[in-house]
Design a protein around this ligand. Sequence first.
Ligand code: BES
Ligand code: MN
Ligand code: ZN
Length: 496
Amino acid sequence: MSQSIKIQFVADNEAFSPVLVLFAGKDGTLAEAAAKRVGKAVAARIKAVATTESFSGKAGSSLALPAESGLGDSPVHLLLVGTGEGETDFLRLGGQVQSKLPKGRDASVFCALPGGAFDAVAAAEFSLGFRMAAYRFDRYQTKKGEETDSKPGALSLLVDNPAAARKEAKTREAIYGGIELARDLVNEPPNVLTPAEFAKRAAGLEKLGVEIEVLDEKALKKLGMRALLGVGQGSEQESHVVVMKWLGAKDEKAAPVALVGKGVVFDTGGISIKPAESMEDMKGDMAGAAAVVGAMHALAARKAKANVVGVIGLVENMPDGKAQRPGDIVTSMSGQTIEIINTDAEGRLVLADVLWYTKTKFNPKVMVNCATLTGAIIVALGVEHAGLFSNNDELAANLTKAGLATGEKVWRMPLAPEYDKIMDSKFADVKNSGGRKGGSIIAAQFLQRFVDGCPWAHIDLAGTAMGSPVTDISKGWASGYGVRLFDRLVADHYEG
Ligand code: BES
Ligand code: MN
Ligand code: ZN
């Protein structure tokens, strides 16, 4: 949810701030501009206090000097933050500073680096990290006023070129909007975020110039999306597919990049029902679709010069008298028949139809899908990397690079035809589940049958997008993973 933080970039270092953030390099040495800002005498006393408090200036370390300490021009709080040695990760630094601000105060922050003023990109990244760390999802916490969480009203950053910083920051604001949207969607409870409500929120991108088409069950039946519809048939909620088109390239007709997302708004497992323990987390089983919507937001808001289509499959997987059974055989839109072995392997059924639809309708340059597809990917990679599967080395390399550049890392996993025989069905073309060994790979091999030779990548973000740990730039649970990864992929390889 929006915290509406006002961020200013200033070239002089005299701006008034109730909280003054000063960066210190190794040994706690103050930045020159920071020393100038507080004056020689105070700088010397800060250094002395830093030594007494064994503040080392290591990256991530901090020392708060409240106004009452008499340092600085009272009533200014000083916050000393270490930047350590080597390259600074400004996104993380912004998050660290946000988290360390004195609680419950409106703060404006003045920052200067040991090396001088921020350059434009550093300042913009810092402000994005700051916003990301300030995100809270407290819509349903009626007593939130009593919580003294830091709610910064303003941030001012010392930069050498304010106009250039503002320009870079504008792009990051667009990206932040996408992250916030994705996080909100993942955090929303499943009684609120039905497929219809999700579709409505995705349709909100229309105001940014995104063309929206919402397909209801009648339209999906006509298209033959029986694999997707089978998953939703035990739910009271109607299933939907949403198509989002951002046509920002010079040639509106140029083949687009396609982003496809799994949007299971709640995954009980269906008739193959999940155990009760942590089932509430399955409200996040739409994090792939949320990442796609968030990325579309970012791309449209920053007016990316690329054609990108986002397609998401929205269903609820419930057990019911009408629910799909193990043993059922469905005919997918591609014509391939699928024997349902486990109704909890539902994500691949949704994606089978949405991938086929996207490929045949848009003939994209590349198609990247993302999904909270398997618990096995969490066993394999934990929460630091998403699993990447691809039939195209160049696309895989580009995603890997985008992951390293943004910190939304992916790790490539294998695809190989040997895994296919595990999915041989006695009664249909393929079965939807094949035991526990190599579960994430089998799921990816299944998806590959529905991409019709398109250069394609599948990102399994079950470990990275939901149930996430607290980090410098995320207060946890919904991380917004995928938005920056996709934005970066498009920016670096498909724009211009
Ligand atoms: N949504 C789950 C995967 C998941 C698990 C996401 C944990 C996030 C956290 C998916 O639909 C699922 O249930 N997968 C099964 C597949 C199995 C039945 C072949 C799994 O991972 O156990
Ligand atoms: Mn499932
Ligand atoms: Zn699922």
